[in-house]
Design a protein around this ligand. Sequence first.
Ligand code: HEM
Length: 160
Amino acid sequence: MATAQLYVLCAVLCATLAEDLKLKSKAATKPVRLFTEEELKRYDGSEEGQPIYMAVKGVVFDVTKGREFYGKDAPYNALVGKDSTRAVAKMSLDPADLTSDTTGLTEEQLKSLDSIFEGTYKTKYPIVGYTASRILNEDGSPNRDFKPEDQPHFQIKDEF
Ligand code: HEM
């Protein structure tokens, strides 16, 4: 009888523990914010007091603290409110380069892009979301290979 009672107790304890672990692992996979081009455009620094966002490689960064670079009338304002991957890779402010398109970039430009992405943007600015092109496939279905960027030195920002 005592063995049966012990067995029941163990079963209950295990079930509770499993439920707890399940809840914890659910909390760890927070939803990420998906930005359309139109949404990203709203954060182009033109409105005082609004955050300033910019995407590189489909990752949307909050660059508000770099206001002296990116704010209204600042030298790199053209880069914000959009995905400026090509401009960053080429170090160019040519309007034709203000795009996520990386077609035809040289090895050197792609290397430079990665080093600025890691060394400046991921290190200095918190990630607030991802562009549709990074999260979805071309047909609009979820990209199963999508993985949020690791950025442990920042808190994930909830801004819905
Ligand atoms: C003669 C040309 C240029 C000079 C002398 C120059 C110089 C500088 C300097 C001194 C900084 C500040 C670094 C700091 O205080 O942390 C800076 C930042 C920056 N530059 Fe340039 N720059 C030039 C051209 C460009 C071009 C063409 C681009 C186009 C993409 C560009 C993109 C940036 C960006 C995005 C930042 C800010 C990075 C951040 O958020 O920390 N620069 N530049």
